[in-house]
Ligand binder design. Sequence first.
Ligand SMILES: Cc1cc2nc3c(=O)[nH]c(=O)nc-3n(C[C@H](O)[C@H](O)[C@H](O)COP(=O)(O)O)c2cc1C
Length: 190
Amino acid sequence: MPNDQSRPVRLLGLSGSLRKGSHCTAVLETLREKLAGKAELTILPLNDVPLYDQDIDTDQPPAGVAALRQAIRDADGLVVISPEYNYGMSGVLKNALDWASRPYGKSALPGKPALIMSASPAFTGGVRAQYQVRETLAATGCRVVARPQIVIPAVHEKIKDGRLTDEATLTFALAGVDDLLKEVRLVGSL
Ligand SMILES: Cc1cc2nc3c(=O)[nH]c(=O)nc-3n(C[C@H](O)[C@H](O)[C@H](O)COP(=O)(O)O)c2cc1C
């Protein structure tokens, strides 16, 4: 974004979990509501992104991939949240970021501000997954927001009826989004 202050900042939320009752997606849904009037957070489910296959990564990519790439192009910044699977980021998220990083030299990711979060029922909060997300986003050329990590441990105790209800966690996550918005403004002014 935008030098154009006449429109709200557009953020794209990507959750590394596909399941309906996902804690990660619930965090994004809560942020979307809390940010109303400040920024538009659109959540793009990754269910329609197939497994990466270079044979089908052509000028006519699968519809789910085209939608993902367009959504990234349209966004001023990204909010990316991953669960932790076997000490790593979810394959769903890695796969989506791999698709988004292509075609080489034409991806919308380079220079795109991105805020990372992770959540897990464990006391480690997906911190190992988060490290991998950071590495992958760095490889794509995203501007990963440099700030204290947003790691959400015991997430199952902090979500009620599909919303993040733990005030301290919510305040910290919203402060992260504020930092993302600062980065978005910085990029827009460059
Ligand atoms: C295959 C698999 C592996 C997992 N491995 C870990 C792990 O290494 N560390 C961890 O903290 N949680 C692990 N979990 C628990 C997930 O972090 C937990 O199910 C989380 O809530 C999933 O995110 P979601 O609620 O957004 O779907 C694992 C879950 C699955 C299904």
